[in-house]
Design a protein around this ligand. Structure first.
Ligand SMILES: Nc1ncnc2c1ncn2[C@@H]1O[C@H](COP(=O)(O)OP(=O)(O)OP(=O)(O)O)[C@@H](O)[C@H]1O
Ligand SMILES: [Mg+2]
Length: 218
């Protein structure tokens, strides 16, 4: 089981949006079972999940103190991925989650504020040594600021090739708690999220290979 934590210290960068869309996409792509954990007291992911009729992806409630044990149980139940949504502004808690993670997704908007906030998280990720990828979110197509943000971020780590565009469709509610990617499976949002999930899987596999090479070579 791969434990994927989604974190940025900046609020509103798209953590919860990515948690739900990537979990749904991973199941659609046949990469499940995927389990979601909402560690944000704000509970946005939980609120969305409660509205869903579909049984997948599943969501589990595990108290923070019992997280390690709970993750072991999920592993024992055959989970392929556990995607953990996190709160912004709590680097102390985020650091504990980074220690449990196999991989971290770091959503960043192409904005001065997001870029200024990024180094605190990057430093923690590097200290702990967990692999991560930046995902540019809420992007306005063909803007200079997006290219500049990608260039700045790439000095600190890998940037996912797929950028998530700013789309009203991501904000709207859909019947039975669906995501836009389920409601319009052939639409541009579905294509974008499918491409992003592929990017993330290849980053994960690359890092798994690096990890096994390190073990093999002592
Ligand atoms: N690509 C996008 N296009 C349009 N709206 C988006 C996009 N991504 C997220 N949003 C919207 O922006 C708002 C913030 O997104 P989200 O809740 O995912 O951020 P967050 O990082 O989880 O925030 P918080 O730090 O408060 O938990 C939400 O209303 C969400 O629907
Ligand atoms: Mg959130």
């Amino acid at each position: 089981m791969q434990i994927v934590v989604i974190n940025s210290q900046k609020g509103g960068s798209g953590k919860t949006m990515l948690a739900k869309h990537l979990a749904v996409e991973a199941e659609r792509a046949g990469d499940g079972p995927v389990f979601l954990i909402d560690t944000d007291p704000q509970g946005s992911l939980t609120a969305w999940h409660t509205k869903r009729q579909s049984e997948i992806p599943q969501r589990v409630e595990i108290p923070f103190e019992g997280l390690q044990k709970g993750l072991d149980l999920l592993r024992g139940h055959g989970a392929a991925y556990c995607i953990i949504d996190t709160a912004s502004g709590r680097i102390d808690i985020a650091k504990n989650l980074f220690k449990l993670a196999d991989f971290v997704i770091f959503p960043v908007q192409a904005s001065e504020d997001d870029l200024t906030a990024a180094p605190v998280t990057v430093q923690s990720l590097k200290e702990i040594g967990v692999p991560f990828v930046f995902v540019l979110t809420r992007v306005k197509a063909n803007t200079l600021i997006t290219a500049q943000a990608a260039a700045v971020l790439s000095k600190h780590g890998e940037v996912a090739e797929t950028f998530v565009n700013d789309r009203t469709a991501y904000k709207a509610p859909y019947a039975q708690g669906q995501t836009i990617t389920e409601a319009e499976p052939k639409g541009p949002a579905a294509k974008e999220i499918a491409a992003l999930w592929k990017n993330i899987k290849s980053c994960l596999h690359e890092n798994m290979q690096k990890g096994s090479e390190v073990v093999a070579h002592g």
